[in-house]
Every structure is written in C-alpha cells, then in structure tokens.
Design a protein around this ligand. Structure first.
Ligand code: MN3
Length: 201
C-alpha cells in the first residue's frame, strides 16, 4: 500500500480570483505529487510504509530527512486542499468561533496573528492554527514541510488549518508579495471543514 495523491473535491479554477488555476495545477499535480512519489521511494521496503501519516509524523525524528520533508509535504498539502474551497465569504461559526473569540478577543485578531505567523516565517514554511493536547487553540509556524504533528515541532498538537507560504504557492500571481497572497487566501478557507477537524481532534 503506497501513499497516494488525494484528488481535489473542486476544480483547479475554483479558488479564482484568489488563487489562480495554473498555480493550483502545478501545486497539486507537480509539487504535491512529487512529495508522494518521493515519500514512497524513501519508505520502500520499510514497514512504516503501511503506517498512517499521523503515526509517521509522531515518530518522524527516527526517520531520514527525505521522509520528514516528503511525508510532511504529503500531510500538509492534503490538509491544505481539504481546508480550502469555493464557498465564498464564510467565517467560522458555533463552538469554534466562540473558542477563537475567547482565545484572541475576536476573529480579526486571530486572523492578524495567523497572517503575521505566515508573513514572518523566514524562507519556506507553513503557518498553523493548532489544537493542543490541553484543548487550547494556538497559532504557530514551522519551517520547510514540518508540521505540529511532528515529534520535532516546537508547538505540538493537531493542525486545524495550515497555510503554505512557500513561493511555489503564490509566486505566479503575487510574485514576492506574500502578504497580498495571505490576504487573498482567507477568502478560500473552508471553515466547515476546519470546525469538523476541531470537533474530532
Ligand atoms: Mn506547497
């Protein structure tokens, strides 16, 4: 059983005008696909090839860097596609919205904290909304393809929402203007899915 590239539940142009179809096609079909291919290669003949991605992340310090980079890449992008969608103008509702307000004071303050985490991540990496073991919500960021499930992460927990701030995620449309990409990306977040993950975490 090899790891597989998940299909998107929406078309490559569904996130326009915020994220362009060509970026989506290259990002999913080339970049994510390469992480899956290289993860399978790196785990050839290893019993961990049968593990869930979550278990692999939790023990990632025992593996070579190719497994960390490509396994993280596979997990992170799978979550990224799931927590975006064509539904416009949505904001979190219900319990998650209440938890965010009690943590940050308001949804906009959460957005500021998360956007800053993404904008200030030096080089390539991710910004995260994380539910910790204690059930608290926190914002963090990681370098490269690391994530909060990894035993090597500074801030550990279940990622509810991740934002890819690698240049390949935005360069075609936004060039070097990462903050413009981040501002546009908020319009694509599928808060129903984020809520679902939060409840099951
Ligand atoms: Mn990417």
């Amino acid at each position: 059983m090899a790891f597989k590239l998940p299909e998107l539940t929406y078309s490559y142009n569904a996130l326009e005008p915020w994220i362009d179809a060509q970026t989506m096609e290259i990002h999913h079909g080339k970049h994510h696909n390469a992480y899956v291919t290289n993860l399978n290669k790196a785990l050839e003949g290893n019993p961990a090839a049968e593990w869930t991605l979550e278990k692999l992340m939790a023990e990632i310090s025992k593996f070579p860097v190719a497994v960390r980079n490509n396994g993280g890449g596979h997990y992170n992008h799978s979550l990224f596609w799931k927590t975006m969608g064509p539904k416009k103008g949505a904001t979190p509702e219900g319990e998650l919205a209440n938890a965010m307000t009690s943590t940050w004071g308001s949804f906009d303050k959460f957005k500021d904290a998360f956007s800053t985490a993404g904008a200030t991540r030096f080089g390539s990496g991710w910004a995260w909304l994380v539910k910790t073991k204690e059930g608290k919500l926190v914002v963090s960021s990681t370098p490269n393809q690391d994530n909060p499930l990894m035993d090597v992460a500074e801030v550990k927990g279940t990622p509810l929402l991740g934002l890819d701030v690698w240049e390949h995620a935005y360069y075609l449309k936004y060039q070097n203007k990462r903050p413009d990409y981040i501002a546009a990306w908020w319009n694509t977040v599928n808060w129903d899915e984020v809520s679902r993950i939060w409840k099951s975490a």
